[in-house]
Design a protein around this ligand. Structure first.
Ligand SMILES: *Cc1c(COP(=O)(O)O)cnc(C)c1O
Length: 448
């Protein structure tokens, strides 16, 4: 029996209605894999090519049969097709890490002399990649003056700007940007809107519903959910016009994409519906080598099966924890709570517009001093002090010291990150136990 439950995945709306079914089944037909129910790990470097006819078809990009695992792998392909289906689109590529997903995406979108317009409301290592690495290779980085104001983004666009980049739920302050407004700005200038949707995951937000062109993930986080494999993914809308003159790398005829008669072609000739991920996968990931390990794709596939139920529970627990922290704020033991469910959260209208299945499991709170922050973190017992998020275990981290050390004090100020901030990533433990842990830690910190 073929897998008739793998639904038509061409419409984003449809994908929204059957998220868990897609997360369990899309992109995989057991009949093609000895009827194995769980996706097999294809632990092989290369594949028997059978004969010269098949080699000719492969070399001409007529079939996407596997040749060598740095180029493609059946386990990786299931994860790619499943992630594409969860977004209601066609094109996705997995990478060795979220950082590799971001790096390869920017190399694909911006050639030497081009520029990226972004903000400091980003994961710390992303800021470092932008500040420390890309400019040396000819990709300029500009920081928007007021990230809350679409007009400020528009004003920041230079003739060389090729993409805008934001996180859909920023870390640690959980700020939700106005994606539709940013997409309108980007498209008025014929450039890409690229978003990092790691914290939201495709379950809370499908960025393609709002005009986003390219979505990147660290699958390491909630998509995997079990803290056991580093990975990344790049997904594309399939709607952007790469022939608009701003992206000659997509229209240039290249020997690399030649057909079976040795005619050079552009990537748009080869893959008109998925040019971004085809070029990213076939050229950049393949040639620069940031391919995902099939074993890690397998772990990610297993984790992804339960994304919806994990996030439903984590969303509920997180709101309970926010309510508790707000009572501590009223009692004067906490200075601020940052989460879309917090009563004074300044971006509520945007969170409600874009996050339809809950506000997510990441939050942070500020205490009155760095000294107090240290005492609270050291007194927590159930929360693990760990640099990860989206794990099924609840985690705590000091953003100033660990996740955002790359930001200078001035950049932290611009990003509104407090030095007395504590970030929590809520997992699947009983909410009452997590709240009790926070309470005893605050009690201890105030008894010092
Ligand atoms: C962790 C993270 C990354 C980097 O991903 P890795 O898998 O660790 O390389 C990028 N963006 C966000 C928002 C992250 O949380």
């Amino acid at each position: 029996m073929t897998d008739t439950t793998t639904p038509d995945t061409t419409s984003a709306d449809k994908a929204a209605d059957n998220f868990s079914t897609l997360a369990l089944r899309a992109g995989y037909d057991p009949a093609e894999h000895n009827y194995a129910s769980s996706v097999p790990i294809y632990s092989t470097t290369s594949y028997q090519l059978k004969d010269e006819d098949r080699c000719t078809a492969i070399a001409g990009f007529e079939v996407d049969d596997d040749v060598y695992t740095r180029i493609s792998n059946p386990t990786n392909r299931v994860l790619e097709q499943r992630l594409a289906a969860l977004h209601g689109v066609e094109g996705a590529v997995v990478t060795s890490s979220g950082s590799a997903a971001i790096f390869n995406t920017l190399l694909n979108a911006i050639t030497a002399g081009g520029r990226l317009l972004t903000t400091y409301r980003l994961y710390g290592d992303t800021v470092s990649q932008f500040n420390e690495v890309l400019p040396d290779y000819g990709i300029g980085i500009d920081i928007v003056e007021d990230p809350d104001d679409p007009a400020s983004w528009e004003a920041g666009i230079k003739p060389e700007t090729r993409a805008l980049f934001v996180e859909t739920i920023s870390n640690p302050l959980t700020i939700v940007p106005d994606l539709e407004a940013l997409a309108a700005v980007a498209h008025r200038h014929g450039i890409l809107l690229i978003v990092d949707n790691t914290v939201a995951t495709p379950y809370l937000l499908n960025p393609f519903d709002y005009g986003v062109d390219v979505v990147v993930y660290s699958t390491t986080k909630a998509i995997n959910g079990h803290g056991n494999a580093i990975g990344g993914a790049v997904v594309e809308s399939g709607k952007f016009d790469y022939a608009n003159g701003n992206y000659p790398q997509f229209t240039r005829k290249s020997w690399f994409f030649k057909d079976r008669s040795f005619n050079s072609r552009s990537v748009l000739d080869v893959a008109p519906d998925t040019p971004f991920t085809t070029r990213l996968g076939a050229l950049l990931v393949t040639l620069l080598g940031a391919s995902q390990s099939p074993f890690d794709s397998y772990l990610t596939l297993v984790g992804l099966e339960t994304l919806a139920v994990r996030l439903d529970r984590e969303n509920d627990t997180t709101v309970k924890i926010v309510r508790y922290l707000e009572t501590e704020k009223a009692a004067g033991r906490i200075v601020a709570v940052h989460h879309p469910s917090a009563s004074d959260y300044p971006y509520r209208a945007l969170a409600d517009k874009y996050l339809h299945r809950g506000y997510g499991a990441l939050l942070s709170f500020d205490v009155d001093s760095e000294e107090r922050k240290k005492h609270v973190i050291d007194a927590l017992q159930l929360f693990s002090l760990q640099a990860n998020l989206g794990d099924s275990r609840s985690l705590v981290i000091d953003p100033f010291l660990i996740t955002h050390p790359e930001l200078t004090l001035e950049q932290l100020r611009i990003a509104d990150v407090s030095r007395s901030s504590i970030r929590l990533s809520i997992g699947l433990e009983e909410p009452e136990l997590l709240i009790a842990d926070l309470k005893q830690a605050l009690d201890k910190a105030f008894a010092q």
